[in-house]
Design a protein around this ligand. Structure first.
Ligand SMILES: Nc1ncnc2c1ncn2[C@@H]1O[C@H](COP(=O)(O)OP(=O)(O)O)[C@@H](O)[C@H]1O
Ligand SMILES: [Mg+2]
Length: 242
């Protein structure tokens, strides 16, 4: 198992209607990345292309140019193989929680891997691992944004992904839950060898990564250690701000 994501000359564009008909507006251009580190952080301004980049990794977005390979599989042609490897946690938990209670959502995730009579106990164990077993039977609509985000993470972890992609997982979390998330992600790496790719606007949180990529206007503007990448990102913002 290589647990490697490789992007070669990748471009993503969307069709826009211009004055002379449809034009392709580029969202990502010339992206070359081979990700093999335990934790990779993707940082950059709003609208720079971070979520689009992450969504390439499990086929939620497909490339118009170049090639994306996840453990050698193309998300476009071998979608099932890729999705069984890559778990994706959305910024907005509402995008992925579908059941009325937290535990039912986890049980739904487990339906293919755990027999029905063992499912509730297994789901509770997943919630317990994230320190949120007490939320099991609460309505997801009553939960705070941060609690919901942790339930969404639990639902993805329940299927035991080898690669975990998280789009701004810290946005809704308070300090305690952010700390819990940090410890949990590090344990996933240490105990299960999970590879993690995350975006965050929390530049301190980004320091848990071994490598950080800065996206600017759809291109990779820096690719280095988190400390250096954050410095580059600050420079970009400073030189841009009147
Ligand atoms: N499906 C889409 N259709 C049209 N434009 C899109 C679509 N997805 C993203 N974009 C545009 O692409 C740019 C990058 O978006 P996104 O990847 O969400 O950035 P980020 O996550 O860094 O904020 C933005 O200008 C956004 O409006
Ligand atoms: Mg985004």
């Amino acid at each position: 198992m290589t647990r490697e994501i490789r992007l070669s000359d990748v471009g993503v564009g969307v069709l826009d209607d211009g004055p002379d008909g449809d034009v392709v507006r580029p969202i990502l251009q010339d992206v070359n990345l081979t990700l093999t580190e335990d934790i990779v952080a993707v940082i950059g301004a709003n609208g720079s292309g971070k979520s689009t980049l992450l969504q390439l990794f499990n086929g939620l977005v497909t490339a118009n140019a170049g090639e994306v390979l996840v453990d050698g599989f193309d998300p476009r042609r071998q979608a099932a193989k890729v999705r069984s490897r890559v778990g994706f946690v959305f910024t907005d938990p509402a995008a992925q929680l579908v059941m009325p209670t937290a535990i039912e959502d986890i049980e739904l995730s487990l339906r293919k891997s755990v027999p029905k009579r063992e499912r509730r106990a297994a789901a509770l164990a997943v919630l317990d691992e994230l320190g949120i077993a007490d939320l099991a039977d609460r309505s997801v609509y009553e939960l705070s944004g941060g609690q919901r985000q942790l339930v969404a993470l639990a639902a993805v972890l329940a299927v035991d992904p080898q690669i975990l992609v998280l789009d701004e997982p810290t946005t809704l979390l308070d300090l305690r839950n952010k700390e819990r998330l940090r410890v949990h992600l590090q344990e996933l790496v240490a105990r299960r060898g999970v590879r993690i790719i995350l975006t965050t606007h929390d530049l301190e949180f980004a320091q848990i990564a071994q490598r950080a990529v800065v996206v600017e206007d759809g291109r990779i503007a820096a690719d280095s250690t988190p400390a250096e990448a954050v410095a580059t990102y600050r420079n970009i913002i400073m030189s841009d701000t009147p």
